[in-house]
Design a protein around this ligand. Sequence first.
Ligand code: NAD
Length: 295
Amino acid sequence: MKNIAVIGAGTMGNGIAHTFAQSGFKVQLIDISEASLKKGMDTITKNLDRMVAKAKITEADKAETLGNITTYTNIEAGVEYAGLVVEAATENLDLKLKIFKQLDAACGEDTILATNTSSISITQIGAVTSRPEMVIGMHFMNPVPIMKLVEIIRGYSTSDAVTKIIMDLSKQLGKTPTEVNDYPGFVANRILMPMLNESIETLYNGVAGVEEIDTVMKLGMAHPMGPLQLADFIGLDVCLSILNVMYDGFKNPKYAPCPLLVNMVNAGKLGIKSGEGFYDYSESRKAEKVSKQFI
Ligand code: NAD
């Protein structure tokens, strides 16, 4: 497998393209937006520059990595020679189903179709294609070039052979693939999101303030970031949407999103990306100042 197509050049897509290209694969990076492609390539270049400055790679490695990536705005042209497509477009069920129907029609019959979705069912995505046994979840973590885990999610119909190919390929990227089954939240978010939601509930119930909650978890549990800071980093809208998927999927109230989280998302306070969440990011992205709402 030499050619990898990546759909979506946003936060995750550009990281996935970077990682494959740095491991010697030819990458076709596809996005509907020219501006996103440009921004994605700028981010990859900046991240490679940082690696050169830290002497982790050479200027020649950087040039080779960039030379391995070609950009496209047309899906059909981009996936023509791909042995694997990794879809990392916006998290939206209808959009993903549409893209997978399009991929199924455009790709060769041996092409494996993977999705980086955080929460949508791999089984449901696979079912709209004529090759559900060749559809699999490849859930990379942000930032992709640095984080070692790839959660490999087997849909109901995903074959053993395809799972093995994707596990082996992930190892070639220097990652640690971990196989899980397709149930809401998979493993990473099923465990992480209730913890983040509980930290918001703890704040909502007035048990402690933002800094106190984060300090307990950082210093007491050796977490590199407190849960409220992490929720801001992930995006409160993303957290809410994943909790809703688990709540709907299991019909279990333990996954019900905290009303404070719902309120903050409705108010447009989404964390770092909007400039304010539990912390105020107007002066620094480092969660140094608690939002005035919580003082
Ligand atoms: P993003 O908004 O940064 O980027 C999405 C990109 O998809 C945009 O550039 C958009 O132009 C493009 N796009 C939309 N429709 C398209 C189409 N039809 N064809 C091609 N490109 C299209 O989103 P993101 O944060 O990179 O998330 C991408 C996927 O990765 C989602 O499924 C998300 O759940 C998952 N994910 C995100 C994170 C994270 O921390 N951000 C972590 C793990 C998984």
